[in-house]
Design a protein around this ligand. Sequence first.
Ligand SMILES: [Zn+2]
Length: 161
Amino acid sequence: MMFKTHRIFIILFCLVVYLNPYNLFNWISLPNLFSFEFLIFILIAIFASMVPDIDNPSSKLGKNVKIFGYVFKHRGFFHSLPALLLFSWIFSNFVNNTYAAAFALGYFSHLLLDNLTHQGIYWLYPFKFRVKGIVKSNGWFEKILFYVCLLLILILLLLLI
Ligand SMILES: [Zn+2]
């Protein structure tokens, strides 16, 4: 999936986490929606949603640190649950639990979206069990998804203001 789709999706995801449907996200103590801390929360989540594609030398993040793309297979380790847990744990050693949760959510949202594509991902890498969907990267579904997320973000913001 494209960077812009991952970005819009994680922004929507953060708003949903903020609304905390069915108390699913009680484990995260979130700051106020219009606080500086929430802005940082979203920025960390957006950053984390870019991290898995570091294994692709032509991605936004990957082109600045090409070494990862040469060493790791695209959609291999970096697109897996072990990577999500490892990097979230490393990240949590530098920041508080709330920001570590933002990182984990951002990373997870990337895996979730890539999971929908034909190419799929290996959630349990190095086990060769691939979960894949039927969506074509940058195809019509992705374009619709982008605008649906944008619309939902606007609606949620209007409701929350
Ligand atoms: Zn990816």
